[in-house]
Design a binder for this molecule. Structure first.
Ligand SMILES: *Cc1c(COP(=O)(O)O)cnc(C)c1O
Length: 356
């Protein structure tokens, strides 16, 4: 295998998705999924014909939802495919460089590694904001900049003025990509309104999180039409299966959007309760404020807490190996019962020998 496989693939660390890690339990709070299954139902359509390259009905629906036009949209197999298409379309292996700001979503690094693209890594500051001084210093010759906003796993938005200052700093030959996988939980902070002003701005969206359709694998790239047209060139011939676009269209009907908005309010209220409860535990060092459907929690001993949750069937996401996040665990917000269950399990821990 070593002689068969290119060196950069041989040494590749694949993305450690929640499903690949494969822990099993009663309550899954490790992948930022919705705890509620969407109520939309699939009605069988004929599958003997290839699908449209891009479903025009779905394009229109999402253009309406996102306040853009169909020329500014590409439908993808999740936001993950958007991350990949941008690198495939705009980066030359071994030559071009992408920049990103950890701790953040790991796929930017994984895709760069797969395509043998250089990485300029500028960690965020201890207040979880962008390090503008170092970004400015190293921005030269960077092709793509990936900003996860709100950021996964820290849960915060970056300051709007900081992102704008990067947009004003970079040339037309550098693209700024804002991954808005969680923006539906706080839609007023979206950068979509800036697309008209900045032709090198790209926004990524998904139906996997707030819409509760992780299994559907449907996302969108939003940008100016010239960029969208280049991405279309490198796309697979029939990227979106007909059942996927049919269901995505249903998820964007007004009735379902109302349901999604109701679920967002419920998640926010469950999150507020969970944060308040967690802050009273002596094993908890800090709960970071979050605008998303997950929270980042710093414990005094996250390894022991993680195992305790696991032992009681609650699966959370360990973040302790990430830069600046020692002893941190990411917890997705579940139903109210799941939140209360988590608190109950943590109380059992508190009863044990104090681990603080
Ligand atoms: C979940 C997630 C994605 C992936 O979304 P898919 O549409 O399921 O591929 C992309 N970016 C971030 C920051 C995420 O958390």
């Amino acid at each position: 295998m070593k002689r068969l496989t290119p060196h950069h693939i041989y040494t590749l660390q694949p993305y450690q998705s929640a499903r690949r890690i494969g822990l099993t339990g009663r309550i899954y709070l490790n992948a930022n999924e919705s705890p509620w299954s969407s109520t939309i139902k699939y009605q069988h359509t004929n599958l003997n014909r290839y699908p449209e390259f891009q479903s025009s009905v779905l394009l229109n629906k999402y253009a309406q939802y996102s306040n853009t036009s169909i020329n500014n949209l590409l439908i993808t197999r999740g936001a993950d495919e958007g991350i990949e298409l941008l690198i495939r379309a705009f980066c030359v292996p071994k030559n071009d460089k992408i920049m990103f700001f950890p701790p953040t979503y790991d796929m930017y690094a994984v895709i760069a590694n797969i395509y043998n693209i250089k990485k300029k890594i500028i960690p965020i500051l201890s207040n979880f904001q962008l390090d503008l001084i170092n970004i400015k210093k190293y921005i030269n010759n960077v092709k793509l900049i990936y900003i996860c906003n709100p950021n996964n796993p820290t849960g915060n938005f970056f300051l709007k003025k900081d992102i704008i200052s990067i947009l004003d700093m970079i040339p037309q030959t550098t693209l700024l990509i804002i991954d808005e996988a969680y923006v539906d939980f706080s839609i007023k902070n979206s950068f979509v309104p800036q697309l008209n002003k900045y032709s090198n701005l790209v926004v990524l969206r998904t139906l996997s999180k707030a819409f509760g359709l992780s299994a559907l694998r449907c996302g969108f790239v939003l940008s100016n039409s010239n960029i969208i047209n280049v991405l279309k060139k490198v796309s697979a011939p029939y990227p979106i299966a007909t059942p996927v676009s049919d269901l995505a269209i249903k998820s964007l009907q007004l009735e379902n959007i109302k349901c999604v908005q109701k679920n967002i309010l419920q998640i926010t209220s469950n999150k507020d309760l969970l944060v308040k409860e967690l802050q009273s535990f002596s094993c908890v060092d800090h709960v970071f404020p979050s605008k998303t459907n997950f929270i980042l929690v710093k414990f005094f001993r996250s390894d022991v807490i993680f195992q305790h949750f696991l032992l009681h069937g609650i699966i959370v996401r360990d973040q302790s190996c990430k830069i600046g996040l020692s002893n941190c665990v990411r917890i997705s917000i579940g139903t109210i019962n799941e939140c209360q269950d988590l608190i109950k399990v943590l109380r059992m821990f508190k009863g044990k020998k104090d681990i603080r």
